[in-house]
Design a protein around this ligand. Structure first.
Ligand SMILES: Cc1cc2nc3c(=O)[nH]c(=O)nc-3n(C[C@H](O)[C@H](O)[C@H](O)COP(=O)(O)O)c2cc1C
Length: 333
């Protein structure tokens, strides 16, 4: 698949996930094997006002390339300036606009999915951003506000006419949030409606789901969000399955190795204290379903330092190999 001038080596995209897809996590997923990783959403206004927090979100590393950087906002001029600034910084390989966020704080500004209710302003934003940057340019949209999906089809058509290079569709409505199921049939309809690549997103829980989405909709690539939070291997598994028809389940020691790698990446990026606080919840996701995991997860939630986390992992791995969880542990969580 090509997104504008950029040839993509594969079909898998790590979804932008605010608060999750920071630089350390993206590097981890990339190292597992994923075609394109995406940043957390970046406020165009924050960039305009040189907010330090926003600039921190734009830190990148050569290991994670190609990187898609997502911006959100509603004012054409400010969005265009943000796009030009990101291009000038040389941090992004793809520039993406968020048309899907349904968080109140974002909608109140007329940004995210609120843009889908205002096609005129959406068109102005797309036009201004396309003029401001030569970067491969994508948008990430929802179905719209009602179930018909007509807003998604209309906006994607406008985007294509304005020079957007690919569209990602998460086929849930604004009011649905994450409830109900993603309507993959809308991805199929969109694929028929536009000639630029379509990336399907929503409810891919396993490798077979990704293959089913590609087969049922004809989409050019798949984007995975929540499943990757607990299982960063899913993207490489999907990549392998789509290319070779097979994929390998990660072993427990693969998972522990990645947990340790994530700790080191977090410490290098955020510093020991912040890394430790952030990792308490995050590491626990990786071991869900493993024997005796609930005791381990409880201990992780109290770790005082990352060294303690490394020790805990070592100890849990040892006990798992020995299938020894003492009289308080359980064999199956
Ligand atoms: C914690 C969280 C943060 C998210 N942040 C963003 C974001 O910054 N930008 C965006 O376009 N979508 C965001 N999303 C939506 C996801 O990118 C994705 O569209 C959605 O989770 C559906 O895909 P999934 O079923 O694979 O998770 C977020 C979702 C979650 C759960």
């Amino acid at each position: 698949m090509k997104i504008g001038s950029l040839a993509i080596a594969g079909s898998t995209f790590l979804a932008p996930l605010a608060g999750i897809t920071n630089l350390p996590f993206r590097r981890l997923v990339k190292a597992c094997g994923c075609a394109v990783v995406c940043s957390e959403m970046i406020s165009a206004k924050g960039l305009f006002y040189n907010s330090q927090k926003t600039l921190t979100l734009l830190q990148t590393h050569k290991d994670e390339k190609p990187l898609s950087v997502q911006i959100f906002g509603a004012e054409p001029e400010i969005m265009a300036r943000a796009a030009a600034a990101i291009e000038a910084m040389g941090v992004a390989d793809i520039l993406d606009i968020n048309f899907g966020c349904s968080v109140k704080k974002v909608i109140k500004q007329g940004a995210g999915v609120a843009l889908m209710q205002d096609m005129e302003n959406s068109k102005a934003v797309l036009k201004a951003v396309r003029k401001a940057t030569c970067l491969p340019f994508t948008i990430k949209i929802r179905s719209g506000w009602d179930r018909s999906g007509s807003q998604a089809l209309q906006l994607a058509r406008i985007a294509q006419d304005q020079g957007v290079d690919a569209v990602t569709l998460h086929p849930r409505t604004a009011t649905q949030g994450f409830a109900g199921t993603a309507d993959w049939q809308l991805i199929r309809q969109l694929k028929k409606k536009i000639s630029i690549p379509v990336i399907g997103n929503g409810d891919i829980l396993c490798v077979q789901d990704a293959a089913d989405m590609m087969n049922q909709t004809g989409c050019d690539g798949v984007m995975i969000g929540r499943t990757a939070m607990a299982n960063p291997f899913i993207l490489s598994q999907v990549e392998s399955y789509l290319t070779h028809g097979t994929c390998k389940e990660p072993s427990a020691s693969d998972i522990f190795r990645k947990m340790k790698a994530l700790i080191h990446l977090y410490v290098a990026h955020f510093g020991e204290e912040t890394a430790c606080k952030m990792l308490r919840g995050r590491l626990a996701w990786f071991v869900k379903g493993m024997p005796g995991c609930s005791g381990f997860r409880k201990e992780l939630s109290r770790i005082p330092a990352t060294n303690a986390a490394l020790e805990l992992i070592k100890d849990y791995e040892y006990r798992l190999n020995a299938q020894d969880f003492g009289c308080t542990g359980e064999k199956h969580a």
